[in-house]
Design a protein around this ligand. Sequence first.
Ligand SMILES: [Zn+2]
Length: 468
Amino acid sequence: MIQSRFNGRVGFAGGSPFNSEVRINGGVRALIIGLLAACTFTPLASAQAQTLVSPGPDTANLLLHAAYLFDGISMHEDGWIWVQGSHIKAVSYGHRPEGSGGSSSASTAGPIVLEFPGCTLMPGMIEGHSHLFLHPYNEVSWDDQVTKESRAERTARAVTHAYATLMAGFTTVRDLGTEGAMYDDVGLKHAIEKGVVPGPRMLCATRAIVATGTYGVKSESSDLDLPKGAAEADGVEGVIHEVRNQIGHGADVVKLYADYRWGPAGQTEPTFTVEELKAAVSVASSSGRMVVVHAGSKEGMLRAIAAGVTTIEHGQGGDDTVFRLMKEKNIAYCPTLSAVEAILSYKGWRKGLDPDPERIVQSKKSFKMALASGVTILMGGDVGVFAHGANAREMEDLVEYGMKPLAVLQSATSVNARVFRLDSLGVVRPGYLADIIVVQGDPSKDIHAVRQVRFVMKGGVVYRQPSL
Ligand SMILES: [Zn+2]
C-alpha cells in the first residue's frame, strides 16, 4: 500500500490529495513509512510505529505548505510552517521560509516538504471541557459507568478516547473530572507524556469537588454506601483541605460544582456557599491554578462570579446581568451546547425534526445573551457525554447558535490557550510548540471542515498523515 519512489518530496497534488505520488529522500524512507503506516493501524499498533520511526521531537525537520493557514487569530493564504524538533522554527506566506531551501528537490539536510493543496494549516485544537473517563450515556448510563464498570475498563476506554481525541485534531484537552475514577486522569496524562499511549496533552481536574449529598450516585436505599462521581467536601476548612488534596494528587485545575440537581423536585439549586467557593479560589490561586465551576443556575453562576473563579461551565441559566458581570470580572464562559443537545437526544429528541425542547430554547437564548455581552467564549463540549473524537460537534453548534466560524476557530485555539495559561500553544508562531493540524477546505468559511482532519502533529511528532 505504500509507494516507494523516494527522492525528495511528499506530494498530494491533484483532485484527490490522498492517492497521489510519494517521493521522499532515501535517508528518511523508514521514517516516512512509519508515518504513512500510522494512519491505518489500530491505536496501540500506531503508537508503537510512531515510537519507532516517526520524527521525534529531536529529529523533526518538516516544511508544511497549504492553501490556507489559520494562525490561531486570523486566516492567511499560501501558508508555510517550518518545524524543527518539537517547535515551530519559521512561518511564512506566499514563499518558503528564509533558510529552508529554495527548490523542491530538497537536499538531504533540508526539511521534508509536505504539500496540502486545498487544505488549511492550523494550531492543534484545544478541547475546553472533556471527560476522557466517560463514554456516551446512550451506550451505558452515567450511574452504571460509575458503579458497574471496573477501573481497569474505564482506563482502557479512556486510552481509546484519548487516541480518538488526538486523531480528531485536538492536541490538548482540559479534562474536567474522572467521575468516580479517582486520580486516573493524572496516570493517563503521564502515560501519554511518556509515549506509552498516544493522546492529547492533558490538563487534569482529578475527582472534582461537590457538596455532600448533592451529587450522584444516589439510591432510594439509605443503607447503601454507593461510590460518588466526585469528592464530597463541606465548610471552608473542608473545601480547603480537598482542594489541597486534589492538587497534591496532580490536579492542574480545581473544579467545583456550584449547583446541581438537588432541589426538592430535582431541580438545579446552588450547593456551595460563596464563602466555600471563595476559600477554594484563594487556595487554588495560591498554588497558581485556576478554578473551574460547574453552574447551570443564575444563583450558582452569581456565587461563582462573587468568588472570582476563572471559568464557568454550562451556564444555561445565565442572563444579561450574569454575562455582563462575567465580562467585567474577566471570567470566561464554556457553554457546552453539544452536551445539552446530546442528553435531550438520548431522551428521544430528534434534532431538525422535532421542535426545540424548552432546554434548547433556553440554551439558545442564554447563548445569544452571552454573545451580546462580549464575555470570552471557550470551546468545550463536555465530550464524553457524546462520543470522543466528535469534539468538533461543539464548534458546529457554536456556529449554529450564532457565533462566527472564525471566532469559533479562535476559541478552539488561541482563546482556550490564553484562558488555560498554555503559553506555547494555540498559535502558529516561531518558538511555539509544533502542535499543528491540517484540515480539508477552509473552516473559516465552513466550520464542518474541522471534521476533515488530514494531518496531526503534536510537539513535532506526526500522529496522523493522509492514507495513500
Ligand atoms: Zn462536564
